[in-house]
Design a protein around this ligand. Structure first.
Ligand SMILES: Cc1cc2nc3c(=O)[nH]c(=O)nc-3n(C[C@H](O)[C@H](O)[C@H](O)COP(=O)(O)OP(=O)(O)OC[C@H]3O[C@@H](n4cnc5c(N)ncnc54)[C@H](O)[C@@H]3O)c2cc1C
Length: 347
């Protein structure tokens, strides 16, 4: 039995890297989906909108192991780092000391050290900072475009309909695979439901904005105690955001939330009094696909159909390792490859 033909639906960073890993492993992977950018400067998808913060530390052990493996791959391969627009800034993750217990490979700073070194104020008692010198941010859109260029043959027509092993394109053509992987980010739940397939995947709003600031040096950071996250964004600029509570939003660019943007300024003034951020344009407002448990992973849906999504706002940091794992799992999924009538697995 030869390697399977895998139809990968969606040319975001997840689909593109999965197709790359599959081809590297000898499979016939067909990537399907438009590669264009959004209208009027609005992001086309989560990959184009992403803030790109990457680090090894995550509070959840499964996400941590994928994030650490992805960062290790990036740091070990200078051409990959260049392709991904990698910037090393360091990363500070603020959380309760109990949740940081057992962290290795990173420095754990006390609340006073965090205040002294980075200017954070008003942190609750018991907050610590997980400091990673070798973390930073990348440009997922640039990584996607570089990997795409190396893929050669792809189908740029969108998928109109899924029907187990058959994928119907909007230009009327029908492609058949042994396996179908829907890696269409926030579009995935809708595509599955339209095909009558069950899913617990949901979409959620993510919003951040660029700000002008007088502060010269700021690492990538996540402050779990307030929700505030950010990173440097060029000279005299920072990107700042807070988690949104809007679920089931439509991709690609949901309406920006003005109240959320205002709350960012209030929280930033409390946590980083020296920052004085002033918005430098409208917020970036986009959607991502969320799963429970959270995380970019291969999930079997039904018959030949799988999903590779569910990044839940964090797949830029896990996609290198997650795509490798997903490709291996797909190529080992003999049971999911329908055996043609009259044949047995032994043929
Ligand atoms: C605003 C924002 C900030 C983020 N910041 C970070 C961060 O700092 N760090 C981090 O680790 N992660 C971050 N993330 C998360 C991460 O960027 C995403 O999880 C990741 O980019 C998702 O990639 P994807 O390929 O799964 O989905 P997408 O990038 O959404 O790609 C899905 C693709 O499927 C295509 N598609 C849709 N319908 C069809 C169809 N019918 N046929 C064919 N193709 C179709 C779409 O056009 C799209 O290109 C952020 C996400 C957002 C939205």
């Amino acid at each position: 039995m030869g390697e399977p033909r895998v139809l990968v639906v969606g040319a975001g960073v997840s689909g593109v890297l999965l197709a790359r890993r599959l081809r590297d492993a000898g499979a016939d992977a067909v990537l399907i989906g438009p590669h264009g950018s959004g209208a009027a400067g609005r992001p086309a998808d989560a990959t184009a909108a992403s803030g790109g913060l990457v680090r090894a530390f995550e509070p959840d052990p499964a996400a941590r192991s994928l994030a650490a493996a992805s960062l290790a791959e990036l740091l070990a391969d200078p051409s990959l780092a260049t392709a991904a627009g990698w910037r090393r800034t360091g990363s500070l993750y603020l959380l309760d000391a109990a949740a940081a217990a057992g962290v290795d490979g990173a420095e754990v700073l006390t609340r006073d050290e965090v205040a002294h070194r980075f200017g954070f104020a008003g942190l609750p008692d018991g907050t610590v900072g997980v400091w990673e010198d070798r973390a930073g941010y990348l440009d997922p859109d640039r990584l996607r475009r570089t990997v795409l260029r190396g893929l050669g043959r792809t189908e740029t027509a969108p998928v109109a309909r899924l029907d187990d092993r058959v994928v119907e394109l909007r230009d009327g053509r029908r492609l058949t695979g042994d396996l179908v992987v829907v890696a269409a980010g926030a579009w995935t739940p809708r595509l599955l439901r339209a095909a009558g397939l069950p899913t617990s995947l949901r979409t959620k709003h993510i919003q951040y904005a660029h700000h002008v600031t007088g502060v010269a040096e700021l690492p990538c950071f996540v402050d779990e105690t307030s929700g505030l996250y950010g990173r440097p964004a060029g000279p005299g600029r920072v990107l700042l955001g807070l988690p949104s509570d809007r679920w089931d939003v439509d991709p690609p660019s949901p309406e920006p939330d003005a109240a959320l943007a205002a709350r960012v300024l209030t929280v930033a003034a409390r946590r980083l009094p020296g920052l004085d951020p002033r918005p430098a344009g409208p917020p970036v407002s986009a959607a991502d696909c969320y799963s429970e448990p959270a995380g970019l992973a291969l999930r079997h849906v039904s018959g030949a159909v799988h999903t590779f999504t569910g990044g839940s706002g964090g797949a830029a940091k896990t996609v290198l390792a997650a795509s490798r794992l997903a490709a291996t799992a797909l190529l080992n999924t003999r049971t999911a490859i329908p055996v043609p009538h009259g044949q047995t697995e032994a043929d």
